[in-house]
Structure formats: C-alpha cells, structure tokens
Design a protein. Structure first.
Length: 132
C-alpha cells in the first residue's frame, strides 16, 4: 500500500527508538499498529462504498434505459394498435355499405302489386255433377 522497503522501515524504527525511548516504544508501536489497522479498514470501507455506488449508478442507468425502452415500445404498440383499429373500422364500414347494397339489389321493389283473386267462401259447396 505504501511501498516501503525493509531498509526504510528499519530507519523509521531506529528514529522512533531514539525519539520515544526503549521503555515506551512497544506501547507506541502497538498504538501505531492499531491506528494503521483502523485507517486500512476505513480505506477499505470507503472503497467498498464507492464500488457499491458505482454499481448502483450502473444499475440505475440500466433501469432507466430499460424504462425508456419500455416507454418507446409502449408508444409503438399504441400507434400500431390505433392503425389497426382504423383499418378494422374502415373494413367494417365498407362491409356494411356492401351489405346494404346487396340487400337493396336482392329485394327488387315490385313493379305492380299482384292482382288479388277473390277467395272462395268455404261455406259455399261446389257440387260436381259429373259432366264431361
């Protein structure tokens, strides 16, 4: 992480021994070790959090892209549905017109009403006398 060689680490140890003294050096080294450990955990937590945020941004971007695609698809489907609706209405109106034309052409109006034949009265009997 810090890219410190062994000779540099040895030099830091000698300076610490001279400055702090041999009695307090173990306690100071332990404290420095704890602080470095905390700093490493903090840096790792920050890295993890940044990675999560980057992933969330990626997920949010993908979700937004999917939402836009869905909206475009919905608009396209609505447009096509309206086109087909208009076509079906046009076909339906044409079929109604043709049906009316067929009805008009198959029901010719009678030119002259048929002559009415007087019906025979069932009370009158016809008698056949056998004349030939």
């Amino acid at each position: 992480m810090f890219d410190i060689s062994f000779s540099e680490l040895l030099l830091i140890g000698v300076v610490a021994l001279v400055v702090v003294g041999p009695e307090r050096l173990p306690k100071v080294a332990r404290t420095i070790g704890l602080l470095v450990g905390r700093a490493q955990r903090y840096v790792n937590d920050v890295k993890t959090e940044l990675q999560r945020e980057a992933n969330m941004e990626e997920i949010n971007r993908m979700r937004e892209e999917a939402r836009e695609n869905a909206m475009r698809l919905e608009a396209e489907l609505r447009t096509r549905a309206m086109e087909y609706e208009k076509r079906f209405q046009s076909v339906e109106s044409n079929m109604r017109i043709e049906l009316e034309n067929v009805k008009k052409s198959s029901d010719p109006a009678p030119a002259d009403p048929p002559e009415m034949q007087p019906e025979e009265d069932p009370r009158q009997m016809k008698i056949d006398f056998g004349e030939k």
